[in-house]
Design a protein around this ligand. Sequence first.
Ligand code: C2E
Ligand code: MG
Ligand code: MG
Length: 684
Amino acid sequence: MSAAARLLLIDDAALAASFLTSLLEESGSGHTLEWRNTYEAGLEALRSGAFDLCFLDYELGDRSGLDLLKQAMAEGCRTSVVMLTGQGNRELDHQAMSLGAIDYLVKSNFTAVDFERLVRYLVGRHRVLERLRDSEERFALAVRGANDGIWDWRVGAEAAHLSPRFKAMLGFTEDELPDVLESWRARIHPDDQKVVRDQLEAHVQGHSDYFEHEHRLLHKDGSWRHVLMKGQAVRDAAAKARRIAGSFTDVTVSRARDVLTGLPNRVLYLDRLEMAFHRSRRDPDYGFALLFVDLDRFKSVNDSLGHSAGDELLVQLSQRLLGCVRLVDTVARLGGDEFTVLLEDTREPDGPARVATRMLEALKAPFTLSTGHEVFSSASIGIVNSSAGYKHPEELLRDADTAMYEAKAAGRGQFVVFDPAMRQRAMHVLSVESGLRHAVDASQLVAHYQPILDLESRRILGFEALVRWNHPTRGLLAPGEFISIAEDTRVITEIDLCVMRIACAQLAQWRAEGRDLFISLNASRVQFTRPLFPTELIAVLEATKVPASAVRLEVTESVAMGEKAQVLPQLTRLDELGVQLVIDDFGVGFASLSVLQEFPFKGLKVDRSFVSKLETSARHVGIVSALMNLAKALELSIVSEGIETEGQLAILRRLGCTRGQGYLLSRPVSAEAATALLGRQPVG
Ligand code: C2E
Ligand code: MG
Ligand code: MG
């Protein structure tokens, strides 16, 4: 025994004390003995925890040593207790052992050497136990500190050890969750159940070296926690898994951060939003606001400078946004270039708008990237206030998103506060969009045909195909009702091809009757962002056996506003195929004359807005006259649109225009009516 031990004697007889003291002195061990002669004093000494070993007499005046033992053990006493007995009462001794005493000694029945040996053994044992307890405690503390829960499962058994920390992670106290595997298994998210089961089984079967899986567990409060579960099996000689133990780590928080910017991500944002939402319902004085921030034209930064430049911009930008709010507010990144802000405890009605203004200001200064590039950025912001009687937090996010889109539509770089009329519009857009997707498959799209005539002979040279939507409840809809939504949602690409198929099939039929006509097809600018478009058009021509030379493709000047590198290859390919490219609505767009030089256009259509003023405005006569000269010089064909009166027709003819279309000559009509119109002129 390395160090001297402190011994305690609790005995009401002074004789015992002097006897043990003399034995100790005789042994020369250096142990010290302290003596207490009453129940209370003895208990007090045991409570102090200062002793390595205690000798306890059965009789303490009118109190019982066993009672003292019982009480001390109940209080968690850690000192080893040896009972001192007069004449060896087996019954009592057993009772004492069952209460926690470690041994008993029959008084006066041992020598100094025996006593010394016994003490040495018991003190040593006590110290080992103490160390063990310490390390157990340290281990438990370490586990708690590492925020990990522990699990331990004897393979095949239902019982499993689930540490208190694990239970606490899910919001339960030690007793609330039974120590069975099912306590864990039943709380796994339904979508994760199968893969967790399979992976655990694979590990039990020895197919993996260790088990590691992240899944969602149901917290007592109904939320989902992301938990990383690790484990490893202990195997027997036959490699059969006997037992698996491991840890649980709550990774919800790390899962809740956006990796790039370090801002809260969608999960965490929704969590905070939900908290603010519930608080606002409990406390009528508490209000909050939600800002949806979307960068304008972020894609062009990514496309022109690369993704790492885009990432850098997002990081810098998130810092500027953070600088515009208070500490209690939350700025989160939902993904891509979308940010959301939660403004807490908003007291002044125009507070959120002021924050939005500050943000727009903060974005005005250029961003300097590590490549040396200076980038300018702006954002569109939608704002929604908590006051408007919402039932679910997600509704606020949806409305802020809607307001953000309004801000974009209103010209970007600004903020818009949500009002319920916007929801109506958004609903309308949504229903048109989903209706359109369905319309393509359900053959609800039809083509109407407006003749393009020789203005001299009034002979039909060809038709422009114009789409109509045969809506199941709203009747026949003109393009004005749905084209812009179709373009925004890119459904237009399907619509165009659908009309092309219908119109080419119709043209093939007319041509089969011996009529040498052309068809004018409208193609949205969206088509030309898709490299596949020319191939798709060729497929339509091949399927309908229409020669490319019988097809005019009408595109608006806005095509030329897109990325030239993206658009030009498509236009060139179509031109090489023999499809004639025509600029529609010429003169109303922003395109400069250089467009006519740089792109392979073969014709242009004079916009109706010029034609309609020919009879009243000499200036417009001048403009159209100039257009005619331009077309002649550049060898472009010209068609005038929207001819409504004989007067307009006469002026156009005088200016040298030979082709035109308009209500005067014919409205766009159904295929049958168009066939009937053709029937009035000789075949050819
Ligand atoms: P657009 O290509 O300029 O077509 C001419 C539009 O002017 C047609 O309107 C036609 O009905 C109308 N129009 C023709 N003559 C007159 C006239 O004398 N007076 C007046 N006031 N209007 C006249 P619609 O059919 O409503 O089409 C509107 C626009 O929708 C088209 O303008 C075209 O840009 C687009 N569009 C139509 N069909 C398609 C299609 O299949 N694909 C694509 N991408 N766009 C289409
Ligand atoms: Mg057109
Ligand atoms: Mg037009």
